[in-house]
Design a protein around this ligand. Sequence first.
Ligand SMILES: [Mg+2]
Length: 270
Amino acid sequence: MIHYPMKKQMSKYNYLALDFDGVIADSIQECLVVGCNAFIEYTGKGNKITNLSSLDLKDMSEFRRLRYFIRSGEDYVYIQLALFEGANIQTQQDFDRFVSKKAHLKQTFFDLIYQERERLLNQFTDIWIQLNPLYDGMREFISQFTHREHFAIISTKKQIFIHRILEGHGINFPMQRILQAVENRPKSQIILDLLKQSGLEPAHFIFVDDHADTLIKMKHTAVTLCLAGWGYNNDAQKTRVRKACLPVLTLDQFYQTMKTCSHNEKSNQT
Ligand SMILES: [Mg+2]
């Protein structure tokens, strides 16, 4: 289980930052629909969809397996391309190699994915929200988080979409605390900037992400890192995270842990 640094040190509070997809929202259906439509737009073949009923079951299960390797929005279109080409992708390295061989498509896929997302949001708002359900208990957790100013979302997804999904689930989350990671400002840099601004000791900054490599690469920040075991990661990735001495939490453990943090926060303030 996670070790709590909060009791030993003297920071006034803990700061919690969560990744969005695979931590707050189970967006796999939306990503499948949007990725599929973006690929149809790219090839000019096929009919766009608003739900999963017309999709091939085998493709859907392959998509779910490959979802573990996603790093950024355009990767959903790369998955469609991999399925189309029948590429053999078993590991993160395989996927990264596949993407880098076709790096010239990156910007096109990025633009297409966001164009399709925007189209769905504007033309089929309710359906789009339903394709992005929140994990059990997450709505209540976010709504009831005691110190909202110590809570941020750090994701590669554009802020506006995160804001609209949360709004669709009855949560008004401030835009300025939704921080988008981009290639030249990755999540680790955002966290280092937040640490600098707040003067907080790194151990009091808690970041939860569901992508194993992202977390392992962030160890140099010395912040408290946890893998969202309920998100998009497989057993091999969980094992790698544990070997890197980072905790893998279930959703229940996450709520339990954050409750403890919140209690410490209150006791630190008195
Ligand atoms: Mg994620």
